[in-house]
Design a protein around this ligand. Structure first.
Ligand code: ADP
Ligand code: MG
Length: 368
């Protein structure tokens, strides 16, 4: 694999849906693991299920793989209902968490395994495995025992083992979770490049925002067995549709309160004794007076200084220097906090300083 960095979303994916889930549900005794999910994944996409532990990501992947059967709903691959189609008759292939390589086999035997099950002859198996070793940068490691491979190499062998059978969809469950941070970052780039090289649909599961944002064309944020939001990484980051998503992504200040006034262009919202003005530009269904609503302000949009709109007095509770950026936690008089993410200036604002803090009404986004 090449180590050329690639960024963000590719335009490689088509508009044809390869996987369609409709009202897909999986119950275990006492647990709804997947709660009536509707989701369409396009051919050639790098699509990620991102969510906290227990949100149903692995179960959803296993339903698609055919390892688990749905309780209700419909699952289609290439337009064909596959609810009752056995795993080995679906053209999907799974890379498991912790890889699940066969420890008593060599790297090559692991990679050839799926071809052997399919009755592919020895010579063809060796050729196809050879191509995989070449593509994955593993040439020369064919005869290694699994125990003689590094974490990154095991990850590549596991990916090769799943890809060699030429699935329509490669399913990957937390496959970078066991790697250290530096290796994980390298593998993120490798996996994205690999996906573009083989031009297949990758359905990736992770709880890591960084992994999801680095590799994915689109993301579904999972919450309690359901999809909370689907979209391109940047669109979700800029426009989380709920407090859960905004909070999970950790990008924003979330403020809730009561609408006390509605004008042509602004709402006035009272939140625990502090009044904010929020722009209504571009909002189709403007909330009414008296409504309880929430809004968020990205950390990057919080302004420290006397010129700030929506200004309030605050005390700097925390200053975290991060090199080019500095993060400030600002405590307002009502005890609530705003987080600001600023370009580091000549000097840092010291903890304990009294400042004015605010944000432009147009940078606040309503949560609906
Ligand atoms: P994630 O992969 O997002 O961490 P899972 O899909 O593994 O989440 O689990 C979703 C929920 O379903 C959790 O509450 C989990 O405990 C439950 N669950 C998953 N697999 C099983 C199982 N085989 N039997 C019973 N409960 C399960
Ligand atoms: Mg899981």
């Amino acid at each position: 694999m090449s180590s050329e960095p690639v960024t963000g979303a590719s335009s490689a994916s088509s508009t044809v849906d390869i996987i369609e889930l409709e009202d897909l549900r999986k119950e275990y005794p006492g647990v709804v693991a997947v709660d009536d999910v509707d989701l369409h994944i396009r051919e050639g996409e790098f699509f990620t299920l991102l969510g906290p532990s227990g949100s149903g990501k692995s179960t959803l992947l296993q339903l698609i793989a055919g390892i688990e059967t749905p309780t209700s709903g419909e699952l289609r691959i290439r337009g064909e209902r596959v609810n009752d189609v056995k795993a080995y008759n679906r053209n999907t292939s799974m890379v498991f968490q912790e890889y699940a390589l066969f420890p008593h086999m060599t790297a090559q035997e692991n990679v050839e395994y799926g071809l052997m099950l399919r009755g592919v002859d020895e010579q063809t198996r060796a050729e196809r495995a050879g191509e995989m070793f070449e593509m994955m940068g593993l040439a020369g490691k064919e005869d290694r025992q699994v125990t003689e491979l590094s974490g990154g190499e095991r990850q590549r062998v596991a990916t090769a083992r799943s890809l060699v059978v030429e699935p329509d969809v490669l399913l990957l469950d937390e496959v970078l979770g066991a790697l250290d941070e530096k290796l994980s970052k390298e593998m993120q780039i490798e996996l994205k490049n690999l996906q573009q090289t083989v031009d297949k649909t990758f359905l990736f599961v992770t709880h890591s925002q960084e992994e999801a944002f680095t590799m994915s064309d689109r993301i579904a944020i999972m919450h309690d067995g359901d999809v909370a939001q689907v979209g391109k990484p940047l669109d979700i980051y800029k426009n989380p549709n709920s407090e859960f998503v905004a909070d999970f992504l950790g990008v924003s200040n979330i403020i809730s309160g009561t609408v006390t006034d509605v004008s042509d262009q602004h709402l006035v919202i009272e939140s625990e004794g502090i009044t904010y003005r929020v722009s209504t530009a571009g909002i189709a269904d403007v909330p009414a007076e008296g409504e309880e609503i929430g809004f968020f302000v990205p950390n990057e949009q919080v302004v420290i200084g006397a010129e700030a709109a929506n200004a309030n007095e605050a005390v700097v509770a925390d200053t975290v220097f991060k090199g080019p950026h500095t993060q400030y936690v600002l405590e307002l008089e009502n005890g609530s906090q705003l987080h600001a993410h600023e370009t580091t200036g000549e000097t840092l604002i010291e903890e304990g300083s009294s400042v004015t803090v605010g944000f432009e009404p147009s940078t606040a986004k309503l949560l609906r």
